[in-house]
Design a protein around this ligand. Sequence first.
Ligand SMILES: [Zn+2]
Length: 189
Amino acid sequence: MRLQSFLTTSFACCCFFIIGYCTRWLEDSPNPPEIIPQAQKTDDICVHFSPNGGCTNEIMRNLGLAKKQVRVFAYSFTSEPIAQTLILLAMGGIDVQVIIDSGSAKRSEADNLASNGVKVYLDSKHAIMHSKVIIIDDDTVISGSFNFSKNAEERNHENLIIIKSPKLVKLYLNEWEKHKQHSQLKAAW
Ligand SMILES: [Zn+2]
């Protein structure tokens, strides 16, 4: 019985010694082995900065991926290239609808859009409707300070973030529908 107890105690001591030694070795090691995870998709979010940071091109590129619908919140919308891209989508059968701040709509692409197959709604409920958002299908949200304008592209400092997230799309679409309810459909010329 004593021998068994002695052997058990000795075994436990050996284990503690070995574990302690290994732990110290790992702590002292200048470059402990790094566990590298499997490569993960990291391109769900990207950001662009203006002036001349490719924001307009990136908006047009993402719009070109639309398969069924596009929804837009716009404040100052004077960008002809973006307006033309939306018109081409509408002509190709994509459901394109834009809510624009009613005050800024007078000096914008609103008439051009409304006359060429895009449903344009004027929002006058707020001091200004200052959101700048494009929602593409059920997977992409584009937002940021970037107005859809020449000044935003060429002169201002602005940011534009592009997020691939079906969950976020649902939140933005709910918000878009809420504002559509109190906006006026702009008649085509
Ligand atoms: Zn509104």
